[in-house]
Design a protein around this ligand. Sequence first.
Ligand code: PNS
Length: 164
Amino acid sequence: MATALCPGSFDPVTNGHLDIIERTARHFDDVIVAVISNPQKSESLFTLEERQQMLREETTHLDNVRIEFFKGLLVEFAREHDAQAIVKGLRAVSDFDYELQMAQMNQQLSGIDTFFISTSPQYSFLSSSLVREVARFGGDVSSMVPHAVAKRLAERFGEGHNPS
Ligand code: PNS
């Protein structure tokens, strides 16, 4: 039974993330989408519960995928869940440096291997942070995230919100 982790902040989940999760689910018996509870990059837009809920709603068609969260080191979570692989999407060369560092560190810490899947070309420009920025200023993100996520973004940045 080979279990893979798809880790990330998912703030919010994008069509690019879902593409990677779906493709990972074709290659492994069991896939755990590991949502980091406290992203370090910035204050998150959505709570952990919201980020998990959106992922659950968008992955109901994938029987071998489940959504969990983790705190601390990813390799500890991998050990606890007996996962053999970490799977990441690579969008462009600019992703590679940092992803390689993390893959090597995780390998050094625990022996777990990281597998990279090349992002589908239509998603190579896509990131949660850009989606948040576009949505914050009223741009159309309907082709970048699932309908329900676009709706939540519109609500979050809707009436009463003052982008500054
Ligand atoms: O979606 P993101 O924000 O690019 O995901 C980054 C994430 C959560 C996968 C990465 O920051 C991570 O694995 N954090 C957990 C802490 C950890 O294990 N750090 C050592 C990695 S070398």
